[in-house]
Design a protein around this ligand. Structure first.
Ligand SMILES: *[C@@H]1O[C@H](CO)[C@@H](O)[C@H](O)[C@H]1NC(C)=O
Ligand SMILES: *[C@@H]1O[C@H](CO)[C@@H](O)[C@H](O)[C@H]1NC(C)=O
Ligand SMILES: *[C@@H]1O[C@H](CO)[C@@H](O)[C@H](O)[C@H]1NC(C)=O
Length: 406
């Protein structure tokens, strides 16, 4: 009797579990249909690193000025191009750039969305960054002066951007870089979107676990009133203090990392690149100097000079700076040994020049070849791609070469 009971109970329970299992596997997904499934952020493979071909290629995309997609019309295109031209042309250009250049990383230098034309900032962000998320490439963005003119503040925008798939953007640094051991919370830093990314050496090389290229992202703000005068934002002293600290901490860490004497490289061999939206006032001086590319409009910088160029010169690691903001300037010019390069406008809803194709910049860092494996960064080159039929490659130049710098 007892045994039969137990067997019955056992069969009964098995039956119940089978039903529950079937419900769970066959039907449950239908029960939550219509609700957003819970998805976690997709992360790229980290750390960022040079490829086994010894290169790290960055696509810089400036001023996409995205609005509401298909209903947002193009500005400054030829009359024959106007019909059927919308934000989707910007999307199409971004896809073409990624397909053509196959970069390792994409850097968006602000005015990603044009706030006043975007009914919903979050929707506009998801649409404008759609192609890069689909590509599964690691990407980072900072803000321009127009991103916050829709439904989200600068802090909210950077928070969302940092949570998007394959984004390695950060709102602001969490730790004080000048004392990584103490991991103190960072002291007040102005703006949203100040962060440092490091790129490791090639797999299999002795620098595979060392960062050999540093990328600084800085928030150049939007607008401000100074002495009653309306002007553009600028990079503040707190941000410069932070970036100086990162640079020094980076050098210090290398000295402490005591795994191999080979790892202790002089600063000249560990270059850095900086990305921000609004040019610094000294860029105006380039009108009188030799440049590569075109200088077609006044530099719309801040009336305040906070000493960004001076800071970078004293740090010594920054070899080139990549900016946006002035869509019809696409040149690179050298100030005190540091290159300042515009991306050139990429977005069809941003102002431009009819008949002058939208464009984007490519930055290629190449490693030196050792006897048996890849070494540190040897050369940094750049060029642009136009959104014309053949995606013309123009204005190729060397920005930095290890051999001529030491
Ligand atoms: C915009 O995209 C459409 C459709 O893909 C294309 O036919 C048109 O030539 C594009 N316009 C410009 C100015 O690139
Ligand atoms: C880098 O780290 C990996 C994983 O920890 C290790 O297997 C490899 O030996 C390291 N390479 C160097 C050059 O230190
Ligand atoms: C450097 O290496 C030596 C010997 O391997 C070790 O005793 C020392 O603690 C290391 N120093 C640091 C700062 O890691």
């Amino acid at each position: 009797m007892e045994a039969l009971n137990i067997r019955c109970t056992f069969l009964y329970l098995t039956f119940v579990f089978a039903i529950i299992y079937l419900l769970q596997t066959l039907i449950s997904h239908k029960l939550i249909l219509g609700r957003q499934p819970i998805t976690l952020k997709q992360n790229p493979q980290l750390p960022l690193r040079f490829s086994s071909d010894g290169i790290f290629k960055i696509l810089q995309v400036a001023d996409m000025h995205f609005g509401n997609g298909v209903v947002t019309r193009c500005r400054d295109v030829l009359p024959s191009e106007f019909d059927g031209c919308s934000d989707l042309n910007t999307t199409r250009f971004l896809r073409r750039l990624i397909d053509e250049e196959r970069p390792d990383f994409v850097a968006f230098t602000g005015d990603n969305i044009f706030g006043t034309s975007a009914a919903d900032a979050a929707e506009s962000l998801f649409e404008v960054f759609g192609p890069v998320m689909e590509s599964r490439l690691p990407w980072a963005a900072i803000l321009g002066n127009h991103d916050q003119e829709s439904t989200m503040t600068r802090e909210e925008l950077m928070t969302l951007i940092s949570l998007m798939d394959y984004s390695v953007s950060q709102i602001n640094p969490a730790e004080d870089p000048s004392s990584p051991a103490n991991a103190r919370m960072v002291v007040d830093i102005e703006g949203f979107g100040n962060y440092n990314l490091r790129v490791n050496g090639a797999p299999g090389s002795h620098l595979a676990n060392s960062s050999i290229l540093s990328l600084y992202f800085l928030d150049s703000g939007d607008r401000a009133t100074v002495n009653g005068r309306r002007t553009y934002g600028w990079i503040k002293e707190s941000q410069l203090r932070w970036v100086r600290g990162v640079s020094q901490g980076f050098e210090g860490q290398k000295r402490d990392s005591n795994q191999s004497a080979d790892l202790i490289l002089p600063p000249a061999e560990t270059p850095a690149l900086a990305f921000f939206h609004i040019p610094v006032p000294e860029v105006r001086q380039l009108y009188f100097k030799e440049i590569v590319g075109q200088f077609q409009e006044a530099v719309a910088c801040s009336a305040v000079n906070s000493g960004v160029l001076q800071t970078f010169v004293s740090m010594g690691d920054v070899k080139a700076v990549f900016m946006g903001h002035d869509h019809t300037n696409d040149f690179c010019g050298n100030l005190d040994g540091i290159w300042f390069c515009y991306g050139g406008g990429c977005g069809y809803h941003g102002y431009g020049r009819a008949g002058w194709p939208r464009r984007a910049r490519i930055i290629l860092a190449e490693l030196g070849k050792g006897e048996r494996a890849w070494m540190g960064v040897k050369r940094i080159r750049t060029w642009k791609r136009l959104d014309d039929e053949k995606m013309s490659k123009i204005d190729e130049q060397v920005l930095w070469d290890l051999n001529s710098s030491i």
